[in-house]
Design a protein around this ligand. Structure first.
Ligand code: VGL
Ligand code: ZN
Length: 188
């Protein structure tokens, strides 16, 4: 089977010290690096996404001065800033495709993003014939969830590597894992 690893939004603003820090983010970044050291070779593609918002607008109501942390958020991952960079604990050497999303709009799913060469993630997977996707990263209850549901919707077998994800809320992350499972993902 042709397999891909999707690393969702392991960026400075989503890890400890970031504008929208998710607790356990640093650990997840370091653990993904350890995982890649042994497992990168077993994937036909290693795709990493980044939230990549505009500085000069609220990105379709995604940014707010009074965020609810459900639909609105403090400004984060502004294109070109340190907060939008991959967390340095994540070793990106094995990444074959970089995807950016959220320019001027809320975009939780990596499938809404494009590669540096202007391809949509779905096209990349189709072109490579990828039938299985393992998903890791941040945040379990937002971008991981949306990316997993989209990967399932495009007919792929999806596994969520539970030890390699971190979420904004404990309960919302549990609910998200249940929803992903009910929708057909395997949680490992
Ligand atoms: C995300 C909140 C806002 C995520 C992105 O990557 O899960 N969460 N923007
Ligand atoms: Zn965002």
């Amino acid at each position: 089977m042709v397999k891909a690893l999707l690393i969702v939004d392991v960026q400075n603003d989503f890890t400890e010290g970031g504008a929208l820090a998710v607790s356990g983010g640093d650990d997840v970044a370091a653990e993904i690096t350890r995982f890649l050291a042994g497992a990168a070779e077993s994937y036909d593609a290693v795709i990493a996404s980044r939230d990549w918002h505009d500085a000069d607008n609220d990105n379709g109501g995604h940014f707010s001065d009074a965020p609810d942390f459900i639909d609105t958020w403090p400004p984060h991952c502004v294109a070109g800033t340190a907060g939008a960079e991959y967390d340095p604990l994540l070793d990106t050497a094995a990444v074959t495709h970089h995807v950016r999303k959220g320019q001027g709009v809320p975009a939780y799913s990596a499938f809404e993003g494009m590669t540096d060469t202007g391809q949509r993630l779905g096209e990349v997977l189709d072109d490579l014939g990828i039938a299985e996707v393992d998903v890791v990263g941040i945040a379990t209850d937002h971008c991981v969830r949306a990316s997993v549901l989209d990967a399932l919707a495009t007919g792929r077998a999806v596994r969520v590597l539970r030890e390699l994800v971190a979420g904004v809320g404990v309960e919302s992350s549990e609910r998200a894992l249940t929803q992903m499972k009910v929708s057909g993902a395997t949680i490992v």
